[in-house]
Design a protein around this ligand. Sequence first.
Ligand SMILES: [Zn+2]
Length: 165
Amino acid sequence: MDKFQQSQKSKLFKTSTHDPYCLQKVEGSAICPQCDAVYQAGNWTWKHPENMVVHNAQTATCPACRRINDNMPVGTLTLSGSFLLKHRDEIISLIENTEKKEKAEHALERIMDLTDSAGDLIVTTTGIHLANRLGHALEAAFKGNSDYRYGDNEYGLSVDWTRDE
Ligand SMILES: [Zn+2]
């Protein structure tokens, strides 16, 4: 990691608490009517057996569902290169498996859409950490090159992954 990447990284951690979709505070506990995520003690999590009974829960749409409803992704990955055309299915299953793991741990980290655009594959996410994790998972599994660009004033992350063969 060079100096530039380092400064980009520290910027990410400075802005990560500034996600406008997470600023809306919920008093007490809540359940999202769309995905059943539970808000307790300041965090959105999946319903686990130990918090199955949520007392006096309000109904509040979670930040991830609000982003999906508004079509406002935080992370955008653009995959390109001739390797993608030949190994599309393997790449998509890696993306889906990576999402499954991340989403199980972090309720607000989800894939929004997978779309084809002129031979490229565009993946949008509700969370910055999933976008980052997908970029690294692609490099770890298939080599190639990932380029990470964190939003400056706006909260967000764009990842370009490419491999030619
Ligand atoms: Zn939700």
